[in-house]
Structures are given as structure tokens and as C-alpha cells.
Design a protein around this ligand. Structure first.
Ligand SMILES: [Zn+2]
Length: 242
């Protein structure tokens, strides 16, 4: 009787896990073109305000530059099989139109997900922020090949090679090393670029790319074994402001 109960519990747990996290990926039957059909939780992937996008046909607007008030806070890094993510300690904010958004994590895509006038970059960082209502704002930074980036030099020293592996960082990473001093950005509405592709995300893409060395870019690609960029999505009725 006891064994039977245990078996049932395990089966329930297993089905809950499968339902909570359906498999998705970047190729084949689990690839981006099929995300919306993989789970009822992923229907937003077929929405009208999806990311990434090709940034073109921008509209000039008088915008206050966002301001990053970051302090070192990248304390641990996880290889979740889809990307390499650095989780950030509380206390670093991005001011957008005087509204503070707290930096939660940053992660990487290779090649870039967003494009600027049709141009793709070898690497793109996404700095994910949330305000006190839980609304998200992503600051995206393009990297072109050039000088090594100091944050990547620190972070890449001990890469979590196995999927699901988390590594505690000896000294906290400073996300401001991923940014230009002046946050001149394109702005538009979009979504998460991975399932569940939730919309209502504020996107800010830095106009000026940063640089990463060929070795840094290659090390990230080798870690994931596959490209992790969703193709660009139709812009539909959205405007891109600059
Ligand atoms: Zn991302």
C-alpha cells in the first residue's frame, strides 16, 4: 500500500514537472517556429508584439536617456542549456523615464537576436530588469569582435560546462562593464525571446556595440554547442523610437 502511494506521488510529481516545463529548443520539432504549439503556456509566442526584431524605420523622439545605477552584484552563474545566465544581487537599478527597474540577471545570445538595420552581431547580452509591479525591461547590448571585455574575462574563467550547473563567482561581477557610459538606445515594446514569450516587455537596445574578443565569443558558442538566437519577428503595428 505504501509503495503504491509512493508510486502515485512520483507519477504526479513527474507529470507536474513535465507540464510546468515543456521542452523547447532552437532546432527541429522543438524549434522557434513550433514554440506556440508546444504548450498552452506558450501561445504568446504567436503574438503580435514579439521579440527579437530588426531595428529599422525608426521614429525620432525626444527621450530622456536611461541611467544605470549599477554596483557589483553578479554573484552566481548558471548554464541552463539555453544560455549562460548571471543572477544579480538586489540593489542595482536602471532608471527609465524616472522609473526604477531593478537588475535581476543578464545572459547572452550568439549570434545576436535583435538586428540593427539588417545587421546581426556575433553576441548580444540581455540585462533583465523588473519594476515593483513586476513589469520587465530588457537592456540589450550588441558585441562586435575586437578587444576583450573585462567582465567576460572574469566570468568566462570558470564556465559551468554541464547543463543545469551553477557556479558561485569569487568576486561579484559589475554589469556596468557591459555598457557604454552613455545609454543611447532604441526603444520598442516586445516580449521575452524564449518561451513563454510573454509580451509587455520594454526593450532598450544600445545603439553603440561593445567589443568582445574572438576567443570570448568562441568560448560561449562552444559552451552551448548550438546557436541560441530566435529569428527576428514581424514588427506589425509597433514603432521603434530613437
Ligand atoms: Zn535573452
Amino acid at each position: 500500500m505504501k509503495i503504491k502511494t509512493l508510486g502515485l506521488t512520483c507519477a504526479l510529481l513527474l507529470s507536474t514537472t513535465v507540464m510546468a516545463a515543456p521542452h523547447w529548443g532552437y532546432e527541429g520539432a522543438e524549434g522557434p517556429n513550433h514554440w506556440a504549439k508546444l504548450s498552452p503556456d506558450f501561445v504568446a509566442c504567436a503574438g503580435q508584439n514579439q521579440s527579437p526584431v530588426n531595428i529599422e524605420g525608426t521614429v525620432e523622439a525626444t527621450l530622456t536617456l536611461p541611467q544605470a545605477n549599477y554596483q557589483p552584484g553578479g554573484a552566481s552563474m548558471i548554464n541552463n542549456g539555453h544560455t549562460l545566465q548571471v543572477d544579480y544581487a538586489a540593489g542595482s537599478t536602471l532608471l527609465i523615464d524616472k522609473q526604477p527597474y531593478t537588475l535581476k540577471q543578464f545572459h547572452f545570445h550568439a549570434p545576436s537576436e535583435n538586428q540593427i538595420r539588417g545587421q546581426s552581431y556575433p553576441l548580444e547580452a540581455h540585462l533583465v530588469h523588473a519594476n515593483d509591479k513586476g513589469e520587465l525591461a530588457v537592456l540589450a547590448v550588441m558585441f562586435e569582435e575586437g578587444e576583450a571585455n573585462p567582465l567576460l574575462s572574469d566570468a568566462w574563467r570558470h564556465l559551468p560546462l554541464a547543463t543545469g550547473q551553477r557556479i558561485a563567482l569569487k568576486s561579484a561581477l559589475d554589469a556596468s562593464q557591459l555598457l557604454q557610459p552613455r545609454l543611447d538606445v532604441y526603444r520598442f515594446n516586445g516580449s521575452l525571446t524564449t518561451p513563454p514569450c510573454s509580451e509587455g516587455v520594454r526593450w532598450l537596445v544600445l545603439k553603440q556595440p561593445m567589443t568582445a574578443s574572438a576567443e570570448q565569443i568562441a568560448a560561449f558558442k562552444a559552451l552551448l554547442h548550438h546557436p541560441n538566437n530566435r529569428p527576428v519577428q514581424p514588427i506589425h503595428a509597433r514603432q521603434i523610437l530613437e
